[in-house]
Design a binder for this molecule. Structure first.
Ligand code: PS7
Ligand code: MN
Ligand code: MN
Ligand code: MN
Length: 351
């Protein structure tokens, strides 16, 4: 018999970290660098939400089945042994749901206060996702106004920010006040989610997912899909500026939030995705490739950013660098020229 028998509770934890590495390119390393008191809770929070998002994204699940799955997902966290093997064979994180019992085991081993935050956020996110999935299934355009855009992004990302701040405060690694300012936490999520939605225009459209608000694209075209058509190049570039301007409005809140973080590992965890988002926005601005291919910052640039992200002064410098890149690409023929210049100017005045 083997001498080293790994106890079952260690096996499920190891499997959870394997899932983290398999399902996330951007969060796997920053989560693993977190301090002991918070690392497992945030890893499990991530895997729970990744599972929920896999159901949201799976267009092969009929709405009659999807809606209750999304609305009740928070309850499955207490159902030992629950798994889900009905995702489409091409769904990229399908295996996480096939072995979701492992995530549940580890969830149930977390402190009660951590569990309560994860359940509360999963409940709110699942119900928000269900509302929008229902609209999409009935061929209704879900994200009509800029207010709807903020609400959808609140459900899928702002709530993550709010939940993370609660976890940080409960752990004692950050002050209780951090969790009280939910607007700042919400903005942290909105900045990431909007950048993701802008970058994923083509990919989302090919899967029939439409997240750009109609209030923005209807200024330029009759249908969101027209933006990528030949003959619409100038409209497409101006529409891109309008939605990027919308995302830039969150920057002052994000810097204010980051300025409140005290713990070094939590600072890196929060700041690295934000810095990647501003670098991405600078790359997307005036870039027609958004409509023809996937635009991503280069690996070397990502590595440089991660190394520089040490404190709030460095992060403010990185933000200034990229808002200057945007200013350089800005031109007076852009209908948003003035507003973009002002949104970027706010970063100059910041610390
Ligand atoms: C719990 C770390 C730090 C105060 C799975 C982190 C998908 C952009 O959909 O995988 O594949 O195109 O590239 C993350 C605030 C959420 C918002 C949201 C949970 C920051 C389910 C991340 C991540 C708040 C819904 C990943 C929002 O994008 O997208 C944990 C503070 C999950 C954060 C989704 C998107 C995240 C996202 P996709 P990605
Ligand atoms: Mn999704
Ligand atoms: Mn997704
Ligand atoms: Mn996306």
């Amino acid at each position: 018999p083997p001498i080293h028998v790994i106890p079952p509770e260690q096996k499920t934890k190891i499997r959870c970290y394997e899932f983290l590495n398999e399902t996330s390119r951007s969060f796997a390393s920053v989560i693993q660098e977190l301090d002991d008191g918070i690392r497992d809770a945030i890893c499990i929070f991530y895997l729970v939400l990744r599972g929920l998002d896999t159901i949201e994204d799976d267009m092969s699940i009929l709405i009659e089945k999807k809606e209750p799955l999304l609305r009740n997902f928070h309850k499955t966290l207490y159902k030992k042994g629950w798994t889900f093997d009905e995702s489409g064979p091409n769904e990229k994180d399908r295996q996480l749901l096939v072995e979701f019992n492992v995530v549940i085991e580890e969830f149930l081993r977390l402190e009660r206060q951590f569990q309560d935050v994860i359940v509360d956020i999963t409940n709110k996110m699942g119900n928000g996702m269900a509302d929008y999935a229902k609209d999409a299934a009935h061929n209704k355009y879900g994200v009509m106004t800029n207010k709807d855009f903020d609400l959808y992004c609140h459900y899928v990302a702002g709530l993550v920010g709010i939940g993370l701040s609660s976890l940080f405060s409960i752990s004692g690694l950050e002050k209780p006040e951090l969790a009280n300012d939910t607007e700042l936490s919400n903005s942290m999520g909105l900045f990431l989610q909007k950048t993701n939605i802008i970058r994923d225009y083509l990919d989302d459209l090919s899967g029939n997912r439409r997240f750009w608000p109609k209030e923005i694209w209807s200024i330029y075209v009759a249908d969101l899909a027209d933006l990528k058509k030949p003959g619409y190049e100038t409209k497409a570039i101006n529409c891109l500026s309008t939605i990027i301007l919308n995302a830039l409005q969150h920057i002052p809140d994000c810097l204010t939030y980051l300025n409140k973080i005290q713990n070094r590992s939590i600072f890196s965890f929060c700041a690295i995705p934000q810095v990647m988002a501003i670098a991405t926005l600078a790359l997307l601005f005036k870039n027609y490739n958004v409509y023809t291919s996937v635009v991503k910052i280069r690996k070397g640039e990502t590595v440089k950013l991660i190394l520089k992200c040490t404190d709030i002064y460095e992060v403010a410098n990185i933000f200034r660098y990229y808002t200057r890149v945007i200013i350089q690409k800005n031109d007076s023929k852009d209908p948003n020229f003035m507003k973009i210049s002002m949104a970027c100017g706010k970063v100059e005045q910041w610390c």
